[in-house]
Design a protein around this ligand. Structure first.
Ligand code: ADP
Ligand code: GLC
Length: 483
């Protein structure tokens, strides 16, 4: 048995697909542990037991842990369809409410976010130190994003032998910053309170707990690992990140190739692969029919699936729309988020009903239908730590148009005469998040689309790429080994 099989990993996350998902973190937390488990690693997940969690698996009571005079029950289940054990931290006073991990039913951030996730972190520390009556002592605690940032910080204060810690940054834009009084309210040890600790410009920073105290830091692409060490992407933490450069690596995300597989996808009208690309047309027609768009296989359909927030360049796209919608194309969008952006997009769709459709909502099955039915995927992000939809798109023969940033730069190869010739081109990459640059990429894509031979080659190049977790999971294993 390989050496790494001996390692016991506790994977700490605020969301995991299909239990609960708001974005790419859930995709990663739902797929990386599965692959590690298949590689023989004893990996377990821990996350809060939100009201919105959905599962078909059984749930058992395991133990009760008490911290700060509050009881939390640990329930055990499995990541649906896998052998990965999941521990759900059940504490109704924090988590038994409608809404998602970060916002309530009305979309407002939870007023007690700091308390909710600090409590979660404290329970994780108890489990990490094998004080949770679970009879399992992890070697490594793998934390993700600010919600878990206090785990490495609190573990650093343990006197007994503690497990090693890894902190993965999925997005520097979310740091878990709270007024300084929160520290006292959370009863955090004063030893953690300094600019070399969890203090950030007089505020409490959860993410610094991870960045300062974790034994290793990772982020989700090599380019983003460099970017966050600069003022443009580091949100004031760039200095600390470059100070800890030696311990920081970028590992590009993989995807769940079982769930995102056009050959077997049960959400789509017709399954296909690189040798039966003509069947993709049936999915295109289904999308056109569904949204009452003219059914025409020669008009390219652009899609966008996204959280509607500034990061994703939606404002740029809005500026492009008047010109874009005068070109021979159709555009279908699935997204949810900022209300103003939602309204602006919706208004455009009313103005151009024959060309643009806006579906304001969150729908997993539809996301698959969009990937299968589209010709082109738009991802004009201002920054993108990794991005998953450009990977799903390539696997579905849908050609992505992306900004040259973060994981997009690392995973899409621009179409140029030489990359077409050597069969490496998989999409269109534009240099700067500007209207001019994005429009130019859209026009370049339309020109290549006219040449069906080149277009097919682009689709096949993308479909042949291996975006499974195999390579990246091995990089994580190598890192676990070093610890
Ligand atoms: P981020 O995590 O920043 O939102 P990613 O590209 O890493 O970006 O992951 C986004 C994930 O969320 C993808 O799986 C995408 O399909 C999904 N997603 C985003 N918005 C929607 C939506 N409105 N409906 C369905 N899936 C969505
Ligand atoms: C974040 C990032 C996204 C990344 C995802 C999973 O939400 O915005 O780029 O793919 O995390 O790592």
């Amino acid at each position: 048995m390989p050496k790494f099989a001996m390692r016991k990993i506790l994977f700490v996350t605020s969301e995991a697909h299909p239990l609960i998902k708001t974005g790419g973190l859930a995709d990663v937390a739902g797929s990386l542990p599965k692959v590690l488990n298949e590689m023989g690693v004893d990996v377990r997940l821990i996350m809060p037991n939100y009201q919105a969690i959905k599962t078909t698996e059984e749930i058992y009571y395991k133990s009760t842990i008490r911290v700060n005079n509050i009881n939390a029950h640990i329930l055990e289940t499995r990541l649906p369809g896998t052998k990965v054990p999941v521990w759900l931290l059940d504490c109704p006073e924090f988590f038994d409410y409608p809404g998602n991990p970060y916002v309530d039913e009305l979309g407002k951030p939870w007023l007690n976010s700091a308390q909710r996730f600090a409590f979660f972190c404290r329970i994780v520390v108890e489990v990490a130190m094998n004080r949770g009556y679970l009879e399992w002592r992890p070697d490594i605690i793998h934390c993700n994003d600010w919600q878990t940032g206090l785990v490495p910080a609190l573990l650093s204060l343990e006197k007994d032998l503690r497990p090693a810690t890894i902190f993965t940054i999925h997005n520097m834009a979310y740091q878990g910053l709270f007024p300084k009084e929160t520290r006292v309210m959370l009863n955090l040890p004063s030893r953690l309170w300094s600019s070399n600790g969890v203090e950030f410009n007089g505020m409490l920073s959860f993410i610094k707990g991870g960045i300062v105290y974790a034994d290793r830091i990772t982020t989700v692409s090599p380019t983003y690992a460099n970017e966050i060490q600069t003022a443009d992407f580091g949100y004031g933490v760039e200095g600390l990140l470059s100070y800890r450069q030696e311990y920081l690596t970028g590992i590009v995300n993989g995807i769940d190739v079982d769930q995102w597989n056009p050959q077997t996808d049960t959400n789509i009208s017709a399954c296909y692969d690189a040798t039966s690309l003509h069947k993709k047309q049936l999915n295109k027609a289904a999308l056109q029919i569904k949204y009452a768009l003219p059914v025409d296989k020669n008009i390219p359909i652009f899609v966008l699936i996204s959280r509607l927030v500034e990061q994703k360049g939606i404002d740029l796209l809005l500026e492009c729309l008047p010109e874009m919608l005068n070109l021979p194309l159709q555009f279908v969008l699935l997204g949810k988020g900022d209300k103003l952006l939602e309204q602006q997009l919706f208004r455009f769709s009313k103005k151009y009903p024959e060309k643009m459709v806006v579906n304001l909502g969150y729908d997993e099955a539809l996301a698959h239908q969009f990937e299968a039915g589209a010709d082109i995927f738009l991802m004009p992000s201002r920054f993108e730590p990794c991005g998953l939809n450009q990977l799903y798109s390539q696997r579905y023969g849908t050609v992505p148009i992306v900004t040259r940033t973060g994981g997009l730069a690392d995973t899409v190869v621009d179409t140029l005469p030489e990359t077409l010739k050597n069969k490496t081109a998989t999409g269109f990459v534009f240099n700067a998040p500007t209207v001019g640059s994005l429009m130019e990429a859209i026009k370049r894509a339309l020109i290549v689309y006219e040449n069906s031979k080149d277009w097919k080659q682009l689709q096949i190049n993308g479909m042949k790429k291996d975006y499974s977790w195999n390579r990246s999971a091995k990089e994580y294993l190598a890192l676990y080994e070093k610890l």
